[in-house]
Design a protein around this ligand. Structure first.
Ligand SMILES: [Zn+2]
Length: 281
């Protein structure tokens, strides 16, 4: 059973990345109310619900609207098309994104994402992924919102595109977050230089993962956010369970250990960073 052992009673956590609309929760007989109740008992007081397609953009916005404030939890959404789904990006889809982004404040849409490149699964053609990534980068700049970057096995091309946008002044000062960072230390440092935040989740706690703790150690404190990527990537010691935002405490605990601070301190810093990144009051 889940055991939010780290909750001191005073820390607040911000899970900046949880797909709580995912069908995996239904299959597991977990309701949104269950998830949010467990957030409450674990000290998770803010959750951002990211999207990966038009369908999930609608779900994220709908859920943030319906459940914001339930059990005192603040919910936020993003809209965007993931590189896996790049092949579904049509004029109509962009039309939908624009219509919702026009009302981003009212709908609590805090970011454009997940967008980026994924050459590991290659579920959309690479040239299409790059084109759709650029289109949505422009959209983010146009609406002055940060991006949620998904990058897997595509660091070279991803950095090429971001570098070009950066040089041409087409990235925001705070361009966004490198979600579930899996790139090298060198690449993460270049992203930080461009203004990005770095998001850490379950893999930070995996025993065989040496690279991510190294990246966390070398990322400045003011650029780190924590996330779960629920329902995937469940952190130790709960691997095997469906991931939920309440598990973000384990990511925070691992981060605190790496950085040599208390869990409460790590929670506070990453909470404030999340608020700054997404412009949450
Ligand atoms: Zn995700």
């Amino acid at each position: 059973m889940r055991d939010p052992v780290y909750y001191s009673g005073s820390a607040s956590f911000f899970d900046t990345h949880a797909h709580i609309y995912d069908r995996k929760f239904d299959a597991n007989n977990t309701t949104t109310e269950d998830i949010l109740q467990r957030c409450k008992s674990s000290g998770v007081t803010s959750v951002l619900i990211p999207a990966d397609s038009e369908e999930t953009s609608r779900l994220a916005v709908e859920m943030a609207g319906k459940y914001d404030g339930y059990e005192g939890i603040s919910l936020y959404a993003s809209v965007g098309v993931h590189p896996h789904e790049a092949k579904t990006y049509t004029k109509e889809v962009e039309g939908y994104l624009r219509t919702s982004l026009d009302r981003h404040t009212e709908l609590k849409i805090m970011a454009v994402g997940e967008i980026g490149l994924d050459y590991y699964y290659d579920l959309s053609e690479r040239s299409v992924q790059r084109e759709v990534f650029e289109k949505q980068l422009k959209l983010a700049k146009e609406y002055d919102l940060p991006i949620i970057l998904h990058e897997r096995d595509a660091t070279g091309d991803c950095l090429d595109i971001l570098r070009r946008f950066y040089k041409e002044g087409r990235l925001r000062n705070v361009p966004g977050v490198c979600h579930c960072c899996s790139c090298s230390l060198e690449a993460s440092q270049e992203l930080v230089k461009m203004g990005f935040y770095i998001g850490f989740d379950g893999p930070l706690t995996f025993k065989n993962n040496k690279k991510t703790p190294e990246v966390a150690l070398n990322t400045p404190w003011d650029r780190i956010v924590i996330e779960t990527d629920s329902p995937y990537l469940t952190p130790e010691p709960n691997r095997g369970l469906v991931n939920e935002p309440c598990h973000v405490a384990y990511v925070c605990a691992k981060l605190a250990e790496i950085k040599g601070v208390t869990i409460d301190e790590a929670a506070q810093i990453t909470y404030d960073n999340g608020k700054k990144l997404f412009g949450v009051n």
